[in-house]
Design a protein around this ligand. Structure first.
Ligand code: B12
Length: 210
């Protein structure tokens, strides 16, 4: 169902979007429910861009609105009280600078006690491997939104194998286009496109490793 917030983001109406977000927070909706509606809104922006109804400047505008929404939501995310930190590496793959989704997942993971090393965007496959060696982390999360960049994820997997690090490593990929077919193609262990389910998945991985 397309509600007012989804529509406001899809139509790039910044003021209406921010007002609706504040109203929803006040009425008790969780930050994650609100993020999910905003995600649906930018998905429509993406479709309109594909159909050449929107231009690149509109994609940029949708990012700006999403960032301002996240500023409002930030203080409402749960805060971590757990002292046991589990190490995890996250980054957006080489060639890809999309980071809104990655940052949401990172915020959530930190809020439940993960120690996340954020490598940022456009991360070279070699740098994921280098970071594994530096930190001793055994979980990597890779965000990939451009189909063009999927081969670089495959390269991360190959480099891990060549460095003898693959056996103890769990690699999870996520991002708008990701599905089972892409997971299989890249050789990653899991995929997830929903931030909340992603956190549950990472928790499960930790339990299996312990
Ligand atoms: C905003 C946006 C931009 C912004 C990005 C700003 C930023 N800092 O992130 C800007 C304007 C910079 C941009 C640029 C481009 N974009 Co763009 N962009 C989008 C848009 C509209 C929204 C993406 C987004 O932020 N969604 C909101 C977040 C919250 O959702 P999400 O990323 O999917 O993340 C969620 C889950 O996937 C998951 N998740 C995400 N990462 C991870 C990682 C792990 C490990 C896990 C478990 C889960 C997980 O959790 C998140 C929370 O729910 C999408 C359309 C779409 N449908 O996604 C196009 C889209 C991704 N862009 C597209 C394109 C083509 C481009 C450009 C090439 C355009 C151009 N001609 O220059 C450039 C590429 C630049 C580059 N080198 O990366 C295409 C990609 C097509 C494809 N399949 O390859 C899309 C799909 C638009 C379309 N055509 O439909 N873009």
């Amino acid at each position: 169902m397309i509600n007012g917030l989804i529509k406001a983001i899809a139509n790039l109406e910044e003021e209406t979007t921010l007002r609706l977000v504040k109203e929803k927070i006040a009425s008790g909706e969780t930050p994650l429910e609100i993020v999910e509606q905003c995600r649906k809104g930018v998905e429509i922006v993406g479709k309109r861009y594909n159909e050449e109804i929107y231009y690149l400047s509109d994609l940029i505008m949708s990012e700006e609105i999403f960032r301002r929404v996240m500023e409002i939501l930030e203080p409402h995310f749960p805060k971590n009280t757990n002292q046991n930190k589990y190490k995890l590496i996250m980054g957006t793959i080489e060639g890809d600078i999309h980071d809104l989704g990655k940052n949401i997942v990172i915020n959530l993971l930190r809020s439940v006690g993960f120690e996340v090393r954020d490598l940022g965007v456009d991360v070279q496959p070699e740098d994921f491997v280098k970071c594994v060696k530096e930190t001793g982390a055994s979980i990597i999360g890779i965000s990939v939104l451009l189909t063009f960049s999927i081969n670089s994820v495959k390269k991360v997997m190959r480099l891990l194998e060549e460095a003898g690090l693959r056996d103890n490593m769990t690699v999870v990929i996520g991002g708008y286009p990701v599905n089972e077919r892409i997971r299989e193609y890249t050789g990653a262990d899991y995929y997830e496109t929903d931030a909340v389910k992603a956190v549950e998945l990472f928790k499960r991985i930790i339990m299996e490793k312990e």
